[in-house]
Design a protein around this ligand. Structure first.
Ligand code: TLP
Length: 350
């Protein structure tokens, strides 16, 4: 099977498995797991923040960030296809008691002008704005990367108005590779940043929430409340340390494979995609003119050994990662062409 459903499907490398076996561990709820402590200091340094917290998932990292940066009854501004809004089981409301103000965007990238118009001060009617969330790279918008100037404008404008900024940097290392810029520079304007070790970096599980030390100390308590106190979790942190050492430098290869997929898809009848907009490892393409529903295309591809997810009734998403080679991408392109070809000439005839 060629698995392009997500970069979450990557399996730990031999080096990660070795590190897991040899990990020095302790009870992390007591703060005594030396490998977790090493990972957290390393993550703080990488993100340029005072402190970092190891959490089991990106969802938990975002959930804790929203709780730390808002008060009950406030509003969170984000893009309308944000992971926080569509894929996190309404934790913004459930855990933090906030509502989401979603801004539709073409490419997942908010502008300060749009955000500025929606920021609400305290008044007797509205939910006051507590925070803005920036998803960088943006998953469902096709791995788009925020221009740094936009991040800085949003963060500066928000700060002037007493509004916090959280960056969902699940794939911030992909943004760093695309921009040729260190992660800490990308995260600098945000109050808190979450990144995942379990996506393109390939660790079996784990994410990081980084920010000011005082907030992260409080975040540790929320992590416990959410059931995320993990004891001898150095076995996972050890794999995450290997992921930080080895994986970022090869992300550009995933990006090249994604560009290859996008360029090949752009030549197919019934497919709409702008290959120039593919900046990282996610390729979202529109098949509404193909005459087959995305879910049906996905099912037919599965029969040909290619896994791809439909993300709505118009689009499919292909994600490249270290378990798919250029050869695999070529085979995936051939399979997609095969599935779409009879439709393009009118399947009804056959
Ligand atoms: N994304 C997953 C699915 O949940 C859709 C994927 O396959 O891409 N922020 C962003 C931007 C994400 O893409 C994800 C996961 C998360 C947060 C949540 O991370 P986990 O899955 O660790 O909770």
């Amino acid at each position: 099977m060629i698995d392009l459903r997500s970069d979450t499907v990557t399996r730990p490398t031999a080096a990660m498995r070795r590190a897991m076996m040899e990990a020095e561990v302790g009870d992390d709820v007591y703060g005594e797991d030396p490998t977790v402590n090493r990972l957290e200091s390393r993550a703080a340094a990488i993100t340029g923040k005072e402190a970092a917290l190891f959490v089991p998932t990106g969802t938990m990292g975002n959930t804790i960030a929203v709780k730390l940066l808002t008060e009950h009854g406030q509003e969170v501004i984000c893009d309308s296809r944000a992971h926080l809004l569509d894929y996190e089981m309404s934790m913004v409301a459930w855990f933090s008691g906030c509502v989401v103000r979603a801004i539709p965007t073409a490419d997942g990238v908010l502008s300060w002008d749009e955000v500025r118009r929606l920021i609400k001060p305290v008044n007797p009617y509205s939910a006051p704005t507590g925070m803005v969330e920036i998803e960088n790279t943006h998953n469902m918008a096709g791995g788009s990367v925020y221009p740094m100037q936009t991040v800085r404008q949003i963060a500066e404008g928000a700060r002037e108005r007493g509004v916090k900024v959280h960056m969902d940097g699940a794939r911030i290392f992909n943004a760093a590779a695309a921009l040729g810029m260190p992660v800490k520079e990308i995260a600098a304007p945000a109050d808190t940043v979450m990144f995942c070790l379990s996506k393109g970096l390939g660790a079996p599980a784990g994410s990081i929430l980084a920010g000011p030390a005082e907030l992260i100390a409080k975040g540790r308590l929320y992590r416990k409340r959410l059931g995320g106190g993990m004891r001898q979790v150095g076995v996972l942190a050890a794999a995450c340390l290997v992921a930080l050492d080895e994986s970022p430098r090869r992300l550009e290869e995933d990006h090249r494979n994604a560009r290859f997929l996008a360029a090949s898809l752009a030549r197919m009848a019934g497919v709409r995609i702008d290959p120039a907009a593919v900046a990282t490892n996610i390729v979202v393409f529109d098949v509404s003119a193909a005459g087959l529903a995305p879910a049906e295309i996905s099912a037919r591809l599965k029969q040909r050994g290619v896994l791809l997810n439909a993300i709505n009734d118009r689009e499919l998403r292909a994600v490249t990662h270290y378990d798919v080679s250029r050869e695999d991408c070529l085979r995936a392109v051939e399979a997609i062409a095969e599935v779409l070809a009879p439709v393009a000439v009118g399947e009804v005839n056959g």
